[in-house]
Design a protein around this ligand. Structure first.
Ligand SMILES: *Cc1c(COP(=O)(O)O)cnc(C)c1O
Length: 220
């Protein structure tokens, strides 16, 4: 069951702020996705390749599927035909595999680089040195089948609002620095941060794409 009142509030907030809403439908049935689709939502986020592909095959072709979870290199080939944006590129190795498989399909794949901003060890993401190394390779023209659209980050899972705010602010600074560093930065315009518990805070700190699941679809 989707929460229509929450969805109405969130979409109104996003529209007012000029923010893109990714409705995170992981673990939820296709019926719930259709219900939200009928309310006008077209962008859905999944964290597992298998689930994204299965849902994409059953649901309308004008849905944009975003992969938000960790991507293993051996699943790149499977997900590429179905995905509109990969939020979770967290290694050079993965980026190289996406380039390789995108070239085979003669497609340009849109991606975000995931940066680690949380203090928790469990969160994936590049550190600033790794990010810089990738940007240098992008500038060197190494990825002709990839469009680097921006950055993604996840804040620490904590009630401490100041901590979360600080982490989002740090990613916004990294975003600006990265854009500066890029030689072709016209497409570098997405900063994906904020989830059910912290999306308003994330937007206040400069996010322009939020990934909201449980507030819309209910607890998992
Ligand atoms: C599950 C998930 C979300 C959505 O989380 P909610 O707290 O349910 O809104 C956002 N981003 C990522 C990367 C996720 O895995």
């Amino acid at each position: 069951m989707i929460d229509k009142a929450n969805f109405a509030n969130i979409i109104q907030f996003c529209n007012q702020q000029g923010v893109t809403l990714v409705a995170v439908s992981k673990t939820k049935p296709v019926e719930d996705i259709i219900a939200l689709y009928q309310l006008g939502q077209r962008i859905f986020g999944e964290n597992k390749v298998q689930e994204l592909v299965e849902k994409a095959q059953q649901l309308p072709g004008n849905i944009q599927w975003h992969l938000i979870g960790h991507l293993q290199t051996n699943k790149v080939k499977q997900v590429l035909p179905h995905v509109a944006l990969i939020h979770s590129v967290d290694s050079l190795h993965l980026l190289e595999e996406i380039e390789h498989e995108s070239a085979k399909l003669s497609q340009k794949t849109e991606i975000l680089l995931q940066v680690k901003i949380a203090v928790e060890e469990t969160k994936y993401g590049l550190n600033e040195d790794e990010l810089k190394e990738i940007i240098e390779l992008v500038n060197a023209g190494k990825f002709t089948h990839i469009v680097t659209r921006g950055l993604m980050g996840m804040a620490s899972f904590t009630e401490a609002e100041e901590q979360v705010k600080k982490e989002f602010a740090s990613l916004k600074i990294i975003f600006n620095k990265t854009k500066e560093m890029l030689e072709t930065s016209s497409c570098f315009d997405i900063l994906s941060m904020g989830m059910s518990g912290d999306f308003r805070l994330a937007v206040a700190e400069g996010s322009n794409m939020v990934r909201v699941g449980s507030l819309i679809f209910g607890e998992r």
